[in-house]
Design a protein around this ligand. Sequence first.
Ligand SMILES: *Cc1c(COP(=O)(O)O)cnc(C)c1O
Length: 433
Amino acid sequence: MILHKHFDTNEKGHLTIGGMDAVELAKEYGTPAYILDEEVIRENCRAYKKAATDAFGEDALPLYASKALCFTGVYRIAAEEELGVDCVSGGELFTAKKAGFPAERIYFHGNNKTDRDIADAMDMGVGTFVVDNEDELAAVSAEAIRRGITQRILLRITPGIDPHTHRAVITGNVDSKFGSAIATGQAMRIVKKAIAAQGIELAGLHCHIGSQIFDIEPFADAADIMIRFLATIKEECGYHIRELNLGGGLGVRYTEYDRQIDYADAIHRIAAVVKEFCGKSGIPMPRVILEPGRSLVAAAGATLYTVGSVKEIPGFKNYISVDGGMPDNPRYALYQSQYTALIANRATEPREYRATLAGRCCESGDLLGENMEIQKAQRGDILAVLVTGAYNHSMASNYNRLPRPPVIMVKNGEARVAVRRETYEDLVALDQL
Ligand SMILES: *Cc1c(COP(=O)(O)O)cnc(C)c1O
């Protein structure tokens, strides 16, 4: 086992993913390629669903935050595992619709929904809008009135929590671009407007404090603040809020230095504090919604590359260059995210070499990691970066006119193309002049 139980090695000393030889997969599908172990995603969906309903009650619902990894096959898995989904754009809504995902189980997020997004979502019959701000509330209300419908909404609230994660992925602090802060009084103001608004049914509140969080405390603190706020709303407005969406953000093990979180255990611990705080505030348990993205899909993925060159600069550092980079995985360039990499065709050898993993773009910042522990490499080796299921494919670009890699799903010893590799023709398909 390497980090997670579906990453292992075989008798040839090759890396295996879901029991399949990574070197063979690279040969068959080419590199770079994203490999996804479908069973891992399904197991995670089931673990969340079971823990949520056991801990919070039958009506609890985990939503898959689909910005983490978005293509039709993933929405089909979420539908089959009876999760809801969180979509953040017209493009994600369209993909969910194409996959036949039930619209009433979609929660539509985003801090700037355009008029077209709002209309498209209502055309689709999206169950719930998560409204970010007062301008958006007015726009959603106006469109609902125009159509003669009542749109179910949650309001995104910022509880004012610092969850001790990377600055770029904190979202629950008072000065966040997302939501309305309790501390400034803006949250209460938008609640009152939503209660009064025509064409709107205020069903609940939402908060999401950030991503890649390993402690339960920030979630407990957020739940405490949100439940007190529910009680204040009841007192001040006589309005009972039935649904509380606690967001996503549970962390994933990317390297040996990260802990492995037992998600079921984490959910039970969060449920215990929610029940306690509801008891203290004298309000009935709301229906609880959870919104995991990364923790459902990240560990399921690995990216396979071919090594092109090894450059040793005496007295400085060693570079291993691969045939992908920031266009297929921008996370190191964006957040200095740490990964585990290994040479898939010599995976049982100790990782005693130190190298900077460079991509192939004309950009010095195009790195997948620095000072990484890996096996000594040579041109032609297959290099695997593990735990790339979340925020890799969905963040990919065509920078340097590089076609985006395919997504290959493995399950029960078989591999299928879930998203085909982009071609050069695809790259020029939109060009009109
Ligand atoms: C990104 C996001 C999530 C998922 O976060 P993860 O860290 O991937 O679990 C959930 N809810 C909202 C509103 C988000 O923006």
